[in-house]
Ligand binder design. Structure first.
Ligand code: F6R
Length: 613
């Protein structure tokens, strides 16, 4: 999720690195650094000053320049260790001869770092990344060259990586390797470039090679050699990029929202990564609550705003069912102005992708002052909420640029459900077998959500069919209820159409009065404990002339027959179903907004982070 840039053979490597980092700034980052490499050594500078970091690098970077032609740079979006200069990349080994940048997560870094410390290595950061340079250092001390060293090290590492590494022993060589985290190589004939994203190098070359998973590349000024991690040679596939920089930043997507919808399987997989150990134990290491403290909890209160509130509502169904704890979910701006009953056995969970939303922040401060344990689910490491809370559960969705939340919401649901399983584990409310079943179901979700995303063209056709409608009602029951709320919020936010979300059972208590021909009712009717009741609600709105769109599981002909239109989704267990049902509703809102010619990334009147009341 961070940005990588590298070059070998450039006339002015420093400028290539700084410009590359500027081109990657759109992704959001908290710190930045570059290292210039030649036979005389590694000159490195890093700055942690939020989105000013690259600009601030420019001046001090001049002093590093002695005409080096190669180097690597990095914009960091913190995952392990707070945003700070010491944690910013590039990282160096103990000798200072090897330098490395990394995107991704090393799942077994704690175990690797413990071994390295025992063998005398000195760590100078709190990152998972640093284990790479020390492991490579050990290999090189035993006589291996840089490529073989990296190859050997990658066999010991569990997790994901996109990385660039250099050594002063062979300063023209830049070695790259990839598993999951994207990397591209650019060739110009004179210099060779490495980047996590095409825009970073587009102004130097349009000739690009995309590195595939489990490949390792050796970049020299006028050559590129690619092999598998096992050493099998790969013939590079060169393609010419026709996009301009802005199109390239969107990775070929029309806008950030569709790109971020597409990134949801990765956001889920990354949020699960490293959190379930070999014995099936849920490991949430930054939670900072002992098993004893988790056992003492008598009640849970979730506070959040907007889409994060909806993620909290989904979690209520899971936490109550699995951990048998009473769970309240509050809108933060209401919670902070009432007089909630909290005590030292209350667990208050703030859910906020930004970690800065002022209502949620204030609600958590209030909760902390009443003695409750406070934890935060945040997508931004070291956000205000994360700094103040007793513990943190980070989502690893990567920066979200579109104002309407998409991938961060599914990541929040996953993080909260992991917490639900952890609570169930320590409190003994689920058997180990039941936890294992839920873990397996969660692990299957990236593929199920990827499958849901492929239905985009069908969703577009349904959206086009109701393009003239002005009133939309979203209905759901059980965990489908927050899904309906999220569908309505997404639609109103980006299409400016009137949309309301209701629990299906509430229909007769008021909303039914406004249902008439011309209204569109979107009902979340994927299979679940209350599907039959949901379909009875559907019959009620159909009888009043509404156009009905049903979200149903593949092959559910009986339910499908009751809708005028159907959004088919792959099946999943009821408590996880929101993760894939939400996808259909995001795409539905997206196509209605696009059909109206609207900017889905920057809806009117809204801001990505709401720091005013
Ligand atoms: C909806 C949306 C907002 C946010 C809300 C909370 O698409 O993005 O409703 O969910 O402003 O923001 P965070 O999660 O940053 O606290």
């Amino acid at each position: 999720m961070c940005g990588i840039i590298g070059v070998t053979g450039a006339d002015d490597a420093r400028e290539v690195l700084l410009e590359g980092l500027e081109r990657l700034e759109y992704r959001g980052y908290d710190s930045a650094g570059i290292a210039l490499v030649d036979a005389d050594g590694i000159s490195r500078i890093r700055i942690a000053d939020g989105t000013h970091s690259v600009a601030l690098l420019r001046e001090p970077a001049r002093a590093l320049d002695r005409g080096q032609r190669a180097g690597i740079g990095h914009n960091r979006w913190a995952t392990h260790g707070q945003p700070s200069e010491r944690n910013a990349h590039p990282h160096v080994d103990c000798s200072g001869d090897i330098v490395l940048v990394h995107n991704g997560i090393v799942e077994n870094y704690a175990e690797l770092a413990a071994g390295l410390r025992q063998r005398g290595h000195e760590f100078r950061s709190d990152t998972d990344t640093e284990v790479f340079v020390h492991l490579i250092e050990e290999q090189m001390q035993q006589g291996s060259d840089l490529v073989s060293s990296l190859r050997n090290v990658l066999q010991k590492v569990r997790g994901t990586f996109g990385l660039g590494v250099m050594s002063i022993k062979d300063p023209e060589l830049l070695v790259a390797a990839r598993r999951v985290s994207p990397l591209v190589i650019g060739v110009s004939g004179e210099a060779t470039y490495l980047a996590s994203d095409i825009p970073a190098i587009l102004e130097h070359t349009r000739e690009i090679i995309a590195l595939d998973d489990d490949q390792i590349a050796q970049l020299r000024p006028n050559s590129v050699v690619i092999e598998t991690l096992e050493g099998e040679p790969i013939t590079p596939r060169l393609r010419t990029i026709a996009w301009d920089v802005e199109a390239a930043q969107k990775g070929g997507f029309e806008d950030f929202m569709s790109k971020e919808i597409d990134e949801q399987p990765t956001a889920i997989a990354d949020t699960l990564r490293g959190r379930i150990d070999g014995d099936g134990r849920i490991v949430l290491d930054q939670l900072d609550l002992s098993d004893e403290e988790l056992r003492k909890i008598t009640h849970v209160s979730v506070v959040a705003c907007g889409s994060s509130f909806h993620a909290g509502l989904v979690a209520k169904y899971a936490l109550e069912h699995w951990a048998r704890l009473p769970v309240e979910v509050d809108i933060a701006s209401e919670f902070r102005y009432r007089d909630p009953v909290l005590h030292d056995t209350s667990l208050v969970i703030g859910v906020s992708q930004s970690g800065e939303t002022v209502d949620t922040l204030q609600a958590l401060r209030q909760a902390a002052s009443s003695g409750a344990k406070v934890i935060v689910v945040s997508n931004v490491v070291d956000s205000s909420m994360a700094r103040e809370a007793d513990g943190v559960l980070y989502t690893h969705a990567g920066p979200e640029i579109g104002v309407a939340a998409t991938k961060t919401v599914v990541a929040q649901i996953v993080a909260l459900e992991l917490l639900g399983l952890r609570l169930a584990q320590v409190r003994g409310t689920l058997t180990p077998e039941e936890v294992a079943t839920q873990v397996a179901a969660l692990r299957a979700m990236p593929d199920i959500v990827a499958d849901a995303i492929t239905r985009n063209d069908d969703v577009q056709k349904v959206a086009e069919a109701v393009n003239d409608a002005k009133d939309f009602f979203f209905l759901g029951r059980h965990a489908g209820y927050p899904t309906a709320l999220e569908g309505a919020l997404k639609l109103k936010e980006i299409s400016y159409l009137h949309a309301e979300g209701y629990p299906g059972g509430e229909l007769k208590h008021g909303p039914l009065a406004v249902i008439e021909p011309g209204c569109v009712v979107v009902a979340v009717a994927s299979s679940g404990p209350l599907q039959e009741k949901m379909l009875s609600n559907v019959a009620e709105v159909k009888a009043r002339g509404a156009t009905v769109i049903l979200v149903v599981d593949d092959g559910d002909e009986e339910a499908s027959a009751q809708g005028d239109f159907v959004l088919s989704v792959p099946p999943a267990p009821a408590l996880l179903a929101p993760l894939k049902d939400i996808v259909a509703l995001q795409q539905f809102a997206y196509h209605l907004a696009r059909g109206r010619g609207l900017d889905v990334d920057r809806p009117r009147n809204l801001a990505k982070t709401v720091t005013v009341e």
